[in-house]
Design a binder for this molecule. Sequence first.
Ligand code: PAN
Ligand code: ZN
Length: 187
Amino acid sequence: TPPIMPMAIRFDHEQLTLAPAGPTLTRRMSDLEGLFRDEAARAAAAAGENPVVYTVTSSPVPEANRELPQSITTIMPGTTSGEFWMTKGHQHPDHQGEIYLAITGRGGILMFDGEQTSWLEMLPGTIGYIPPGWAHRSVNTGTEPYAFLAVYPGGAGHDYDWVVEHGMGKRAFRGPDGSALLRPFAE
Ligand code: PAN
Ligand code: ZN
């Protein structure tokens, strides 16, 4: 493959698209087996309307060592038995760090290093820093789509099994006043 040349990528704030764009990934309820507290409710939703929970649009920058790719994640608003809709969550196999920039809506980053849990509230303009070794999951805590830019080392990778094995320490539910309420992962 030819070397990547310098490029300008246009971000459309209204459409939440990149141009030029790389691959887009769509995750529906059927792709999130075993991740919500109430698996039966998740399975029922997957068997019914099977809604799109989030999309990830990548730039054309490849996920390869020394490159610095970026993507826009858009999580739809919703809850499953009170648990806010969220991404699968993953650990980077070699523990690289990452930054997120919140663009629209409201959300949070749930992070877990195997011992401690961290929660960052994300409002448009917030830069969230994910340090090396912290598994991360994004959550839409609002009533509109929550979108953010992620910038990460090209060799970072995605270890989804780590989260299945270790959990995330906590889960984000909609509290009585509508805001996020963190509860123990297995409660
Ligand atoms: C993000 C995530 C994206 C989707 O680009 O990959 O928000 O979340 P999941 O990968 O957990 O489904 C990122 O953290 N990249 O490293
Ligand atoms: Zn990541």
